[in-house]
Design a protein around this ligand. Structure first.
Ligand SMILES: [Zn+2]
Length: 189
């Protein structure tokens, strides 16, 4: 019975085997979720109300579950009832649980740090790729402009060549015609 309640408590903490969802993860060793659907007969506090089950994470009673007045967070209403569900751990057990608690906190802190680092690196990589694309885009635009200029130069050169060709034809025609006149003049008596 303890195992099932422990498992439901852990799944509620967001811990999934093989992955750590840091956004939704709550430290198991700090979790003080209220259990209302515990097994067995409901425990009734001095207020005659059903007492939910809590988990203590104090140094004196780490991981020890207890039933407490539902109004225990409101000192004006709380009847101060509590009843331990679990037996007290031996000193060695407490020492180990507290050590695990400290290590979980540290690992969570480190995991959060590395998650932030990974996001920063990801953003840097995106910025780098974007900068590369912008640079490549500018280079390609420059190249296109140069090619367009070359095409324009080529077109104007073509017209110049055509002009000179026509000019040459005209000059030749004039020369030929001129030669004909001279010949004609010389042929005349
Ligand atoms: Zn009460």
């Amino acid at each position: 019975m303890s195992a099932s309640s422990s498992q439901s408590s852990r799944s509620g903490s967001g811990l999934v085997a093989g992955s750590l969802d840091l956004d939704n993860y709550s430290l198991i060793t700090a979790l003080n979720s209220v259990e209302w659907d515990y097994e067995g007969e409901p425990v009734i506090c001095s207020c005659k109300m059903m007492a939910p089950r809590w988990t203590s994470w104090t140094n004196a009673n780490p991981a020890r579950r207890f039933y407490g007045c539902p109004n225990y967070k409101d000192p004006t209403k709380c009847c101060k009832f509590y009843l331990w569900h679990d037996p007290s751990l031996c000193d060695r057990g407490k020492e180990i649980v507290l050590e695990l608690k400290a290590r979980e906190k540290l690992l969570h802190k480190e995991a959060t740090f590395w998650k932030r680092q990974s996001l920063i690196l990801k953003q840097n990589a995106v910025d780098f790729v974007e900068a590369e694309i912008i640079e490549e885009n500018a280079r390609l635009k420059k190249e296109v402009k140069m090619l367009n200029n070359k095409i324009k130069e080529g077109k104007s050169g073509k017209w110049v060549k055509l002009f000179f060709a026509l000019f040459s034809v005209v000059v030749i025609c004039v020369f030929v015609k001129g030669s004909g006149n001279i010949y004609t003049c010389n042929a005349l008596p």
